[in-house]
Design a protein around this ligand. Structure first.
Ligand code: EPZ
Length: 456
């Protein structure tokens, strides 16, 4: 098995974040070893949580991805001092000089991130005001923030919508609230956590998201001095405290990246050892991976995902909130389902429009029909609303190389896998989006034996 050399890592750090198009000669199995770093969907929130502390925080296992750089830039325009620590992947954040930022600066740094909405609670506590520009994020649906704004109003914030964004103020401070989320939204749950910890009194949140990244954020807040309990019925209770200190924390690994490389091993008929992957965070994924016909070996440091040499089987997947099958896991797996013998169904119940990526797969020869019906047993918010949120994948099909463009982060990784699986040559453009969430993915492809060239 290959291991990641330092020079290859440096090379990947350089090319992985700046290249825009790669040409891939498909049909080779990916074989080797990669190492995960901290989860994108925890690290970015942990960085925001540092604002709440009255001392510096140290975050470890931080990945070199553009979403982290975006949040670091946003923290710095708000006067938070950020610097690399002595360890690789360590970030030291000092919020002592936090200040109101200029709208233009926030807008310039916010870019394609949705994280700015999570600055509200911490900034309202520290400064009594916050400004949020119109948000970005992958185009996988409307991505509303109504839950967030309702939550902040519940805590006593005054929310003014402006042409350029949203201004908030809390002239009388923030008070604990009883909040019930209409859907277990990850972001809205984080909004409650980051606001309630310093609010006066008790907050009770029902209908909360309980993803491992949420639980790791709770670990961080407890280290800072927060008092938080999580009940088995998705009810989280937070007792507001007068002050919070800094934290030192090693972020949990990125299970979404692990699932992406596992899907790549299956589709290319290879074998990839993913260091840092944890069984307890991927239980549902592992069940589906095995049902499709893949297999895995688990040890204390990670998981080896591999194709068994046998034909793949069709499955019915319904995405859901944790502990269900994560919405971020389906895109990379769809390529393997295109090779399975039979008809698979993916009923996407978290986002209304998350099958845009299949157009490129169909162009390459996949047989995928995206339907408006809820094709599954789950009650879904998108039924009878004309959203094409169920995919019917018929196989086996052989993918042929094509020129494709990355539409969003997870769909983009699916495009990489399709190009690696297809017969012949493909060009994948706009790959910079993939660097938002996958650290050094170019280096990792090299180490796994992929046959490609960079067209910077
Ligand atoms: C987080 O997005 C993740 N992003 C997503 O990962 C992930 O897919 C998603 O959670 C679900 O697990 C980050 O953590 C940065 P939600 P988030 O609020 O918080 C609706 C990736 O590729 N909703 O749980 O934005 C929303 O439209 C990304 O890493 C409202 O209606 O997701 C969606 O249908 C993609 N109003 C559902 O809730 C709101 O105010 C779930 O969204 C908020 C959300």
């Amino acid at each position: 098995m290959n291991t990641l050399g330092q020079d290859a890592k440096n090379h990947g750090a350089a090319v992985g974040l700046s290249v825009d198009r790669i040409t891939i000669n498909g049909g080779k199995p990916l074989i080797g070893r990669i190492e995960l770093r901290g989860a994108k969907n925890l690290v970015t929130k942990a960085m925001v949580a540092a604002i709440l502390g009255d001392g510096p925080s140290v975050l470890k296992n931080v990945p070199n991805i553009s979403d982290v750089r975006i949040v670091r830039g946003l923290l710095e325009v708000h006067g938070v001092h950020a610097k690399e620590g002595p360890e690789d992947g360590e970030l030291i954040l000092d919020p002592s000089a936090v200040e109101t930022a200029h709208m233009a600066d926030i807008d310039a740094h916010a870019g394609s991130s949705r994280i700015p909405i999570l600055f509200c609670g911490p900034l309202l506590h520290r400064l009594g005001e916050a400004f949020i520009p119109d948000l970005g994020g992958c185009r996988i649906g409307d991505r509303p923030i109504d839950f967030h704004l309702d939550v902040l109003r519940n805590f006593g914030a005054i929310v003014d919508k402006l042409p350029s964004g949203i201004r908030m103020s809390a002239p009388h401070g923030l008070r604990g609230a009883k909040v019930s989320l209409p859907y277990p939204s990850v972001g809205a749950t984080e909004q409650v956590l980051l606001t309630a910890v310093l609010a006066e009194g008790l907050t009770e949140l029902s209908g909360a998201a309980i993803e491992p990244e949420i639980m790791d954020l709770i670990n961080i807040l407890q280290k800072m001095g927060a008092v938080i309990t999580v009940a088995t019925d998705r009810v989280i209770r937070i007792e507001g405290v007068p002050r919070l200190g800094g934290y030192t924390h090693r972020a949990l690994s990125d299970r979404n990246e692990a699932a992406s490389w596992a899907a790549a091993a299956l589709a290319t008929e290879g074998s990839i050892y993913v260091g840092g992957a944890r069984q307890d965070e991927m239980l549902t994924f592992l069940n589906v991976f095995r049902k499709v016909g893949g297999d895995f070996e688990i040890n204390d440091e990670g998981i080896r995902f591999f194709h068994t040499g046998e034909p793949l089987h069709p499955v019915i997947i319904e995405t859901d909130v944790h502990p269900g099958f994560m919405t971020d896991w389906q895109q990379p797996l769809v390529v393997a389902l295109a090779k399975a013998r039979g008809v698979s169904i993916v009923h996407e119940t978290v986002y209304e429009q998350r099958f845009g990526f299949v157009d490129a797969l169909v162009e390459m020869g996949a047989s995928i029909d995206v339907r408006k019906e809820c094709l599954g047993g789950m009650r879904c918010r998108f039924g009878q609303r004309n959203f094409h949120h169920s995919a019917v994948i018929s196989g086996p099909t052989t993918l042929r190389g094509a020129d494709i463009e990355v539409p969003d982060l997870r769909g983009g990784f699916s495009h990489l896998i399709a190009a690696l699986t297809a017969e012949g040559r493909s060009t994948v453009s706009n790959v910079g989006i993939i660097a938002r969430g996958y650290e050094n993915f170019i280096t990792k492809l090299q180490l796994l034996g992929a046959d490609f060239t960079l067209d910077a």
